[in-house]
Design a protein around this ligand. Structure first.
Ligand code: DND
Length: 420
């Protein structure tokens, strides 16, 4: 048996967080099926019951041909216009959602707990050994933040495979889906839905491409300075997808880098984030990305790809470099700690191909993602190097730490504070 968490937005931008227990080796297949929800409309629903019912129908629908592989699935959803805003389901796909009845039961070596409208868990454990979880759940769990924290910690302490989902209710949709490795929240999933995908009407666009592992104030100040100096209408941050130049194993998942980037830019109306690369399964090359991106822009839009001047020396080796420079102009920003480049050489190189390159001085911020990763690993502060909200995200998700510890009470507390 294995567990996973997953999150997505439906076609009409409704965020769903899922946790699932499935048979060994079936995680990828389950995620593929869940992926198809991106093509579904959730629809506008106004009562909590209908939200649950709809959630059950669509998840059941996409999992129908692999029902036998799913031991238990829990999901939480946030629907903006509905009264309760959130809904949740829990149960096996074979017997329909079991979230309708309050119960704690023991079945096939697993303990299940269900409180409709509040939350549910499933843990692989002997009944006797799970006694403290069962007692807490039956007597005290009421779906509140505090009790959700306690329940999560009790499940973690127990040491076995589990999933947990909380429904959340009222104003802040704090619904979560969790397993031992990960927690996904409805609130952070919503970023996937508010992404701009149409750039029509913008005449001057900047694209800030980067691994953003993590995004930091150096990236943000560079983008803002280029935005001001080139009078751009919008700067789109494009976290990299699978690249040929970095080993996927050592890079944080595209979803998480996209979430950090979105959180970092959300307060700036001139900034936005694109998941064009992080959502693409193949290897992403900037030339292909720019070709695709252009399709979503006016034909006469002027596009500048923003790079640190340090990147220039390698750029001529990028895949389809000549095609790339025919698709957009470039803004090369000075970066502290890196030798200055021969501007005339690059100006000539780009202009010979009918492109242009602008060199832009930005206030020197000697910050790098690699320094931040190392500082977190060494337990040093990263305050003032990146936005507080990104620092918070890193803590909550235990990114860049050496040994992934089980989350403790205060850490889950932070998640709940973050999303409320
Ligand atoms: P990085 O991994 O260097 O990003 O990727 C930059 C871009 O190059 C991405 O869009 C890649 O897709 C593209 N690329 C690379 C290699 C091959 C190909 C494409 C290809 O198509 O074949 P980082 O997250 O490290 O940094 C993002 C940007 O911010 C970089 O341009 C970097 O120089 C710049 N930067 C700073 N600028 C000013 N002050 C600072 C900076 N820290 C990073 N403190």
């Amino acid at each position: 048996m294995e567990s996973f968490t997953y999150s997505l937005c439906t076609k009409d931008k409704v965020p769903i967080a899922v946790s699932c227990l499935c048979k060994d080796g079936k995680t990828t297949e389950c995620i593929e099926r869940l992926n198809s929800l991106k093509e579904y409309d959730f629809g506008e629903y106004k009562s909590e019951y209908t939200i649950d019912y709809r959630l059950h129908t669509i998840i059941d629908g996409c999992m129908s041909d692999i029902k036998e592989d799913i031991i238990c699935i829990g999901a939480s959803v946030g629907v903006d216009d509905a009264e309760g805003r959130t809904g949740g389901i829990f149960g096996s796909c074979n017997n329909g959602a079991s979230s309708a009845t309050e119960s704690v039961f023991f079945e096939n070596g697993m303990v299940f707990g269900v409180k409709p409208g509040k939350g549910a868990f499933a843990i692989e454990e002997e009944k006797e050994k799970a006694e403290n979880i069962i007692n807490f759940f039956a007597d005290e769990f009421d779906g509140s933040y505090e009790k959700s924290i306690t329940l999560y910690n009790k499940l973690c302490e127990n040491g076995n495979i589990f999933i947990l989902m909380t429904d959340g209710s009222g104003e802040g949709s704090y619904g979560i889906a969790a397993d031992r490795k990960n927690i996904v929240t409805v609130a952070e999933t919503a970023y996937k839905g508010i992404e701009r995908t149409d750039y029509k009407g913008f005449k001057r666009i900047g694209i800030m491409g980067g691994t953003f592992d993590p995004i930091h104030n150096g990236h943000l100040i560079a983008a803002q300075t280029v935005c001001d100096k080139l009078k751009l209408d919008i700067v789109v941050f494009m976290p990299t997808g699978n690249t040929s130049y970095k080993n996927k194993k050592f890079v944080t998942s595209g979803d998480m880098r996209f979430a950090m980037t979105s959180i970092a830019v959300e307060s700036n109306e001139r900034f936005s984030t694109s998941s064009m690369e992080t959502e693409f399964d193949g290897i992403s090359y900037t030339a292909d990305t720019m070709e695709k991106f252009r399709r979503f822009c006016d034909y006469d839009a002027e596009i500048y790809f923003i790079v640190g001047a340090d990147v220039l020396k390698d750029m001529t080796c990028w895949r389809n470099f000549r095609k790339l420079i025919s698709l957009c102009g470039f803004a090369a920003v000075t970066r502290p700690g890196y030798p200055s480049v021969d501007r005339n050489k690059y100006t000539e190189l780009f202009e010979n191909d009918g492109s242009e390159i602008k060199f832009i001085e930005v206030p020197a911020l000697d910050i790098s993602s690699s320094y931040i990763r190392k500082a977190v690993k060494d337990g040093l502060s990263v305050k003032y190097l990146l936005p507080d909200s990104v620092e918070e995200y890193i803590k909550v998700h235990h990114l860049y730490e050496d040994n992934k510890k089980a989350r403790n009470e205060s850490e889950l507390d932070r998640i709940l504070n973050l999303i409320n």
